[in-house]
Design a protein around this ligand. Structure first.
Ligand code: LMR
Length: 398
């Protein structure tokens, strides 16, 4: 049976963790996976989460099956973050939200649902995009194409190219958009540019699918939801995958959600019924613990406040690391423009390093980055910043 099974390549992102773990060097640095580490290189357990977990442990609950779409106190909390608690869409019951297994799982149930509704559609992802976007939509049976996005000359967005490609996409094409903190480039659209994208999606009957894995990592909860809100204002159907992996530092709990904005409450009920079939035949219903933690924190005003403070702390530390990296690179490689390091938003910096330079970073310096040249700025700290900047400068100098 397995005699001819070929060996699959390592995952381009998570595979780096395996290679990093096997590296015996004590000064190694993992800038591969998108995980936030504190200044001591540890994944934080947020104080708000610790407090919620302590309270839950003091009053343990039985673990029955959850509703297929997850518990209402969780899905409602998700909706309030994405749309704002006062959104008329919620009062009109036009939004379907289901708990997902992280942002990835939410994307996958959304993809599987769309395959039932628009089976012949193509999916368009940004060039470049998160490596797993292509894999997820291809695994759901779609053919995946790209729209122009990153402009290597400016380090920003090739907006004219993006719009031209979206305008040329056939009606009902699924357009995967990064709501904030674009992964891997860190180059985001302005609010005015989002408005144009919304208009194109409406005019061309495209299906926007917003991936929002980093809400709160650019400017803040509401500011980072601007794309979601502009699509909602336009009254067109939109899908949103969201995640608490990063902003709650709950990576291993796999706690995320898929939200779908529909046109009427009746439509929402029918869409939910189909989404439940997708979930039931995949993992039946979602796990309890992570979602309970998130819902507990978001429902308690003191814990919620604490969360926002801790999230702001993560955001500010990343900004400080960007400034530190830029200053060191500017000093070490004069004449080269590193302003992109502080202009990009979120966890990542798209460095412009070539695959060969990334390989050299790993081989000669024990510094792991994604082959595309993406580094996770959230893994820099006051102890490794000099080493990393020196190594990047060395490979850039050749
Ligand atoms: C990343 O891009 O590194 C993260 O989103 C983690 C992952 O699942 O790839």
């Amino acid at each position: 049976l397995f005699a001819n099974v070929p060996l699959a390549p390592r995952d381009p992102i998570l595979g780096l963790n395996e290679a990093y773990a096997a590296d015996p060097r004590s000064n190694k640095v993992n800038l591969g996976v998108g995980v936030y580490y504190d200044d001591n290189g540890k994944i934080p357990l947020l104080a708000c989460v610790r407090e919620a977990e302590t309270a839950m442990a003091a009053n343990p609950k039985p673990r029955g099956y959850q509703p297929i779409e997850g518990p209402a106190h969780y899905t409602t909390a998700v909706q309030h973050l994405l749309f704002g608690p006062q959104s008329p869409l919620l009062a009109e019951k036009r939004v379907v939200t289901a708990q997902g297994l992280g942002g990835t799982g939410a994307l996958r149930i959304g993809a599987d649902l769309l395959k039932r509704i628009v089976p012949d559609a193509s999916v368009y992802i940004s060039a470049p995009s998160w490596e797993n976007h292509r894999g997820i939509f291809e695994a759901a049976g779609f053919s995946v194409r790209e729209y122009r996005y990153f402009d290597a000359q400016t380090g920003g967005v090739d907006f004219a190219g993006m719009i031209a490609d979206l305008e040329a996409a056939p009606a009902h094409s699924i357009i995967v958009l990064h709501a904030c903190c674009h992964n891997p480039t860190g180059a985001d659209l302005t609010e005015a540019q989002w408005q144009t994208v919304v208009e194109v999606c409406r005019a061309k009957a495209l299906v926007p699918f917003l991936d929002m894995a980093y809400q709160g990592f650019a400017e803040g909860i509401d500011a980072d939801a601007v794309a979601v809100r502009r699509f909602c204002d336009a009254g067109i159907p939109v899908l949103i995958s969201s995640s608490f992996s990063k902003n709650f530092s709950l990576y291993g709990e796999r706690v995320g959600a898929l939200s779908i904005v529909t046109t009427t409450a009746d439509e929402a009920a029918r869409v939910l019924s189909q989404l439940k079939r997708v979930i039931r035949t995949n993992y039946s219903n979602p796990p309890t613990h992570g979602a309970a933690l998130v819902a507990t924190v978001l429902a308690d005003s003191a814990l919620r406040q604490q969360w926002e403070t801790e999230l702001a702390g993560m955001r500010d530390r990343i900004r400080a690391m960007r400034q530190g990296l830029r200053a060191r690179l500017e000093a070490a490689v004069p004449g080269r423009d590193f302003t992109f390091v502080t202009a990009q938003r979120g966890m990542f910096s798209y460095t412009g390093l070539t695959p060969e330079q990334v390989e050299r970073l790993q081989r000669d310096f024990g510094i792991y980055a994604v082959r595309s040249g993406r580094i996770c700025v959230a893994a820099l700290n006051s102890h490794n910043l000099d080493t990393v900047a020196d190594a990047i400068a060395a490979v850039l100098r050749g």
